[in-house]
Design a protein around this ligand. Sequence first.
Ligand code: ADP
Ligand code: MG
Length: 455
Amino acid sequence: MSRIRVLDPSVIGKIRAGEVVDRPAAAVKELVENAIDAGSSLIAIHAASSPERSVRVQDDGAGMSREDALLALRPHATSKIESADDLSRIRTLGFRGEALASIAEVSRLSLSTRSSEDLTGTQVEALGGAVIQVSGVGRSVGTTVLVEDLFFNTPARLRFLKSREAEIRVLSRVVWNYALTYPRVHWRFSVEGREDTDLPEARDLVERWEVLYGRGSEDGSAEFDHEAGGVHVSGVLGAPEQARASRDYQTFAVNGRVVSSATLAAALRQGFGNLLPGDRYPLALVMIEIDPGQVDANVHPTKREVRFRDEARVFQVLRRAVEASMRQHVPSGISFGDAGQVGEPGSGAGGYHAASGGASPMAALANKASGTEAESGGALLLALGATPAGPAEAAEREGGDVAESLGEPEIEIWQLHDRYLLAPIRGGLVIVDQHAAHERILYEEARAHLYSGTA
Ligand code: ADP
Ligand code: MG
């Protein structure tokens, strides 16, 4: 007798559902993506304080006919692709036709919907994947999906859920990420017992960013937009001094799909270079637009990860764009390289280096304090943003030429432990290690000799 058996369809359904929906936030993500695909201009999400008990996503998108509403709950039923070829042309967030079926499999699901062609809507009730009731309903055009008692029939999954606060936090991140990525959509988000969030349609990414990250961040954040080699990167970066201890406030979207990507996270981090200590993560919204044929979203059933055909190129384009944008935050003449390496003279990769040349701010500082006639710059260890000064303003005042402003007599320079020079810059503090600066000067001189053939 064989020991292998083909599993019962209901078991298969639960296994498959487990891949797509592992927690309430995953269900919300799928429902929100469906609402976006349906062209909604208003998306409202409500969660019970224990979100596995109940979450509801309501939209004013295209809605469905009765026939479609029933098909939508079947596994591998989708209106978004037809053939395997379509996989390389995906413009929608969904395409697997698995989400609604998976959620329905492990919950009590109620779907209410109406398309603009229908006078009455349809309500479908399902329990553990089986449709138990279909009825007509009066409602506006759009769709509402209510998911209750998630994992009621998969108790093992239920036990793996974190505290309700933690589940709400993850769920909120999903909504937050999509609200940032889709500023033209009016979002409403409410959690039982908490204050509601209402985000009316915003003009653009920056306006939405300001609303979510606070007005104060408006000054310190920088918009960026850059295209190279068929990769369009754009978004908003928080100022270095706003960086956090976790990656929670970084949103990456590829062709409108919120994803997590080690490649993009690394490119962002490297773009900031040594503007940040290694354990701080910048606030960021990074949008990548790329030919759908160049990216594979079908890596995982949750579509949370993507793979780029030319990973290196996407990495480079993003890193450079972030780097260029961050230059506005540091005084001109200071270059910054790869994160994690502290300035080794001439490596061109570590620490801040003052650009060589007499006009560099570091040279100005070094000259002023030590009285040397050094022509080239020293090593700047750290620029700490103390106050959230506006980059535009700051760039205007000091970014243009810090050396000039440092050369003004009223600029104060302090010396600490006979070793460090400290000088205020707008929105921050420059600290120079004199010893390192001196080495740097000697190095630059030696190099200059070498290249002029006199050494
Ligand atoms: P997918 O999104 O991958 O196609 P889903 O299971 O999420 O698969 O949804 C199945 C189908 O149901 C979708 O292709 C779409 O046609 C329809 N649908 C789901 N949600 C909505 C919605 N909010 N508004 C309109 N149609 C929807
Ligand atoms: Mg979907």
